[in-house]
Ligand binder design. Structure first.
Ligand code: FRU
Length: 489
């Protein structure tokens, strides 16, 4: 089935089961299907939505266009898990079938209230001239997992001063009141975040804009998220329209946070430090967090970006979510670690230890397509050291430390099929002190690298040949020592 893009508002129930089965068969024949990441059964996945813990299970929804790898009519798709590692596909959660969400059930979030799970989301609609009109909508999921949509929207007009780019509410509860931050664009075409409040989740008040010191910071802020840790306030958002500066803001759009005092809800002010990108790699957008019953702040993001085409498109699907990251604070900075539950995937441990001088080496049993690899380096006098992985005769993806520049560098120039090359194929990040530890999670078509216990993260989709499985350790300009351990996944 090949849907013309102009017909992208077609609903899944308007397409025959036979066509859907054909599409799914094409998707399943793709060698880049992931093995331990959440991915769509067909079509396109984008933002994670409604991440929460409800009645003993983690629930995670995502933006889904079932009928092809492009941004057509969006549904909320539902997955759940008890361990954050093994996810069960539940099916469609929110269908765009009302006047207030006719052109897509767009992003939003979840909160538990009175025994039910409430889903606050964006209803995307377009009028006959294709002008966008967003609504704020609410649905609830009961004990049995049934989703019931409210028959009317809870906010049906964009407040004065803002354009139709007003979406992606992220909920939290404080002192018996509910709040949401929502992404917005001012009429002067600058991005910002607004604050909404409600006492029962059904009636919502527009409180006004949340004042930050980023008045001119891109044209739209998508998917905001506000939370607190150790008495600090953290606002995560995905600004669009930042020019790159040096190594920063290299992707088409960014995702990051500002950290400061706890938000002053009465005055609607957030006092904060500078904007920090959450990920230094290529494919990371619309991060979304939740606090789990053990008090952890967990984050998941879309491992992809708007307006970028991916090589799996020809197989009828695109994108996946990141692994879940456990957030903490260190020296005024967010630290991201892979959740410890992932260790349950470890199989066949293999280790290597060596001292290498101006050379590149491989080790017995250390190679593969899907694995976790931890490598600790000691610099000695090397000018550069690093790892080439998913490597073959002509392909390789590289993570390295360049001592002269004091930078960590990820290079996907030779990672296989090309992705978004207009935005460059190398990403760099300045780092203080020597880099010691690279922690890699490699799946069939992605890699997530945590540097020095979560100081920095680099995420990328990569599309190499299946046979590119080498892992090579190297040092140039001198000696480096390393210890590596790898588990198959
Ligand atoms: C971000 C985004 C959101 C919107 C959703 C639509 O990627 O554009 O702002 O709600 O995706 O799928």
């Amino acid at each position: 089935m090949e849907l013309p893009r102009g017909k992208s508002y077609i609903r899944i129930d308007q397409v025959s089961q036979e066509d859907i089965d054909k599409l799914i068969a094409r998707v399943n024949s793709c060698s880049w299907r992931q093995t331990f990441h959440i991915q769509p059964v067909s079509g396109l996945l984008n933002d994670p939505n409604g991440f929460c813990f409800y009645h003993g299970e983690y629930h995670l929804y995502y933006q889904w266009h079932p009928l092809g790898p492009f941004h057509g009519l969006k549904y909320w798709y539902h997955t759940k898990s008890i361990d954050l590692v093994n996810w069960t596909n539940v099916g469609i959660a929110i269908k765009p079938d009302e006047y207030f969400d006719s052109h897509g059930a767009y992003s939003g979030s979840a909160v538990e209230h009175n025994g039910n799970l409430y889903l606050l989301y964006t209803g995307n609609t377009r009028d006959e001239n294709l002008e966008r009109h967003p609504y704020l909508c609410i649905a609830l999921m009961d004990d049995d997992g049934n989703i019931i949509k409210s028959k009317k929207s809870v906010l049906d007009k964009v407040p004065a001063g803002y354009t139709e780019h007003f979406r992606d509410p992220k909920l939290w509860k404080e002192d018996d009141k509910f709040y949401a931050v929502i992404g917005a664009q001012r009429t002067d075409k600058t991005g910002c975040v607004c604050l909404l409040s409600s006492s029962d989740l059904l009636e919502w008040n527009f409180e006004g804009e949340l004042a930050t010191n980023l008045d001119h910071f891109g044209f739209m802020w998508e998917c905001p998220d506000y939370f607190e840790m150790e008495n600090k306030g953290i606002l995560v958002f995905s600004p669009q329209g930042l020019d790159s500066i040096g190594d920063l803001y290299q992707n088409i759009y960014q995702a990051g946070y500002v950290l400061g005092e706890k938000v002053d809800l009465k005055r609607r002010v957030l006092t904060h430090g500078s904007f920090i990108e959450l990920d230094r790699g290529f494919d990371f957008y619309a991060p979304h967090t939740m606090k789990d019953p053990s008090g952890r702040r967990l984050m998941v993001a879309w491992m992809g970006l708007p307006e970028i085409e991916y090589p799996s498109d020809i197989n009828g699907w695109a994108n996946c979510l990141t692994i879940m990251r456990d957030l903490s604070l260190r020296d005024g900075k967010l630290i991201q670690k892979p959740v410890s539950e992932l260790q349950s995937l470890r199989k066949n441990k293999v280790e290597a230890e060596d001292e290498i001088t101006d050379e590149k080496k491989m080790y017995e049993g250390i190679s593969g397509v899907t694995y976790e690899l931890i490598c600790e380096f000691e610099q000695r006098d090397a000018l550069e050291y690093g790892i080439e992985f998913r490597a073959g005769a002509e392909e390789k993806t590289v993570i390295k430390y360049d001592a002269a520049q004091g930078k960590i560098i990820m290079d996907r120039t030779l990672s296989g099929k090309v992705i978004g090359s207009k935005y460059g194929t190398v990403r760099k990040c300045q780092i203080v002190g020597d880099v010691r530890r690279f922690h890699l999670f490699v799946d069939s078509s992605s890699v997530e690298i945590f540097v020095d216990d979560g100081e920095e993260a680099f995420t990328a989709r990569i599309f190499p040949e299946i046979r590119s499985q080498d892992i090579r350790f190297y040092a140039t300009g001198g000696t480096a020592a390393f210890k590596a351990v790898k588990w198959d996944y």
